[in-house]
Write a protein of this length. Sequence first.
Length: 305
Amino acid sequence: MVRTAPGLREPHFIEADRVMKKPIVVGVVDTQASRAALAWAMDRAARRKLSVLLVHAVDTRWLDESDSSSEVVRSAANELLSKTAAYAGEMEPSVQVKTLLFSGSPGQALRKHSKGASMVVIGTGHNWPGGPVADRALQIAAVALCPVAVVGEQDMTGRRGIVVGSDGSEESTQAVSFAAEEADRDNQELTVVHAVPAPPLIQRVMPAADVAETILEEEKIVLAETVAGLAENYPDMVVHQVLVSNNEPAEALLDAAANATLLVLGSRGRGSFKRLLMGSTAHTVLRSLPCPTVVCRVRRVKLTR
């Protein structure tokens, strides 16, 4: 038993373990992509010793409660959940699986149940109600109160390592912390990618000037500071620092994660549109998903002058 002095908080790892006991919420639809996401979620739940909640949403805005078609739709939805739960149980018998039929949009359903979840998981594919997966995933990640994993149908055989994007912002530092914990738990190497394409003016007018070199040196420092605390917290974990200056952030992340087991993104960064919750980098990555990708829930950061 771990004992603490009066007035002191329990150690961080005990608090983190409590958070990890929250279930994984999986958005369910009748597609192969959704089943692939379920398989990923079930494997994670088994390894983390978590339960799983399967959620399917029926948007009642388009149903007439007095119409018999409403009952037909609900019956089909319940049948989908039952079959999916049975399939999940066959994959991982040790994992407790519950189901929920939600009246409303998928975004409303996953937003509501993300509050008590350790993670929300959805699959790729254009059959997800509400639009292409990149748009829907970003919408869900924007409102979810926990990390959101978007899972494709990639062959995961032989893949190794976890990749995380960083741009020096406090929000990306939170993503790095999440990725480091994932890498440590799964005995994976961590690659922190920091992409800094040179401003167009420097590329066109001053390609050989010291300004470009100065920018890169400053960004090297930013990257080093971002990973500085990882060695102390995870002394046995291998951490790679990758500074990319000849590519856009999204393309750099896609390249780095081509053979990774997981890619982690913050939901916004230090760009000119920082006020927007979801950035263009996350949107581009999700449209060309290289591997299971987690968009971290950002804790609001108060800026001080």
